[in-house]
Design a protein around this ligand. Structure first.
Ligand code: HEC
Length: 170
C-alpha cells in the first residue's frame, strides 16, 4: 500500500529532467537525431519579404536565362536589374521587427540579422549597388561587361545568404 506513494515522487522527479535534456538538445541545434524546434509562428512581415525575395529570385533567373541564351535581350536584363534594385530598397523594412527562425517563426531569416544590424544593412547596400551597376552595364549591350556585372550581383546574394539565411543543407 505504501508503494504507489513512494514511487510517485521518484517518477515525477525523473520526468522533468528528461524534458530539460530534450529541450537542451533542441537549443544546441546539433543534438544528433533530436528533432528541430518548431518554426510555425507567422507575421505579415514574413509574407512580404518572402514575396519580395521570390520576385528578386525570378528576376535573377530571367537575367541568367538571357545570358545563357547566347543572344541576350539587354532590355530584358536591364528591366529585371531595375526591378531587383527597387526591391532591394524594400528589404530593410521587411526586417523591422525581430521575426527570426530561432524565435519560432516560419522563416529562413536568422537571428543574426537583428544581432548584426550594420552587417545586414551593408549586405543590403551591396545588392543595391551591384544591381545599379548591372543596370548601367546592360546599357552597354556588351556580353562580357554584363556577364561580369551579373556575377558581382550574384555575389551580393550569396554574401547575404551565407551570413543571414538559414540553409537546411548545412
Ligand atoms: C541583405 C540580405 C539578402 C540579400 C542581399 C539577398 N537575400 Fe535572398 N534572402 C535573404 C533572407 C534573409 C531570406 C529568407 C527570408 C525569409 O525566409 O523570411 C532570403 C530568401 C531568398 C529566397 C527564398 C524566398 C523566401 O523568402 O523564402 C530567394 C529565392 C532569394 N532570397 C533570392 C535572392 C537573390 C536572387 C538575391 C540576389 C539578387 C538575394 N536573394 C539577395 C537575404 C538576402
Amino acid at each position: 500500500m505504501a508503494r504507489p506513494t513512494t514511487f510517485r515522487p521518484i517518477a515525477s522527479s525523473i520526468a522533468p529532467s528528461i524534458a530539460i535534456a530534450a529541450f537542451a538538445g533542441l537549443l544546441a541545434g546539433c543534438g544528433g537525431d533530436a528533432p528541430e524546434a518548431e518554426t510555425d509562428l507567422t507575421s505579415p512581415l514574413i509574407d512580404e519579404r518572402h514575396e519580395n525575395f521570390e520576385s528578386i529570385g525570378d528576376a535573377f533567373k530571367a537575367i541568367r536565362g538571357q545570358l545563357e541564351s547566347g543572344e541576350p535581350d539587354y532590355a530584358v536584363i536591364l528591366s529585371n536589374a531595375e526591378d531587383i534594385n527597387q526591391r532591394a530598397g524594400n528589404i530593410e523594412a521587411h526586417f523591422a521587427e525581430e521575426t527570426a527562425r530561432e524565435d519560432g517563426y516560419d522563416t529562413e531569416a536568422l537571428a543574426a540579422i537583428w544581432q548584426k544590424p550594420e552587417e545586414f544593412a551593408a549586405a543590403t547596400v551591396k545588392l543595391q549597388e551591384t544591381s545599379a551597376a548591372l543596370v548601367e552595364a546592360a546599357g552597354t549591350e556588351e556580353m562580357a561587361t554584363v556577364g561580369a556585372a551579373v556575377k558581382e550581383m550574384g555575389g551580393a546574394c550569396k554574401n547575404c545568404h551565407d551570413q543571414f539565411r538559414y540553409d537546411d543543407e548545412k
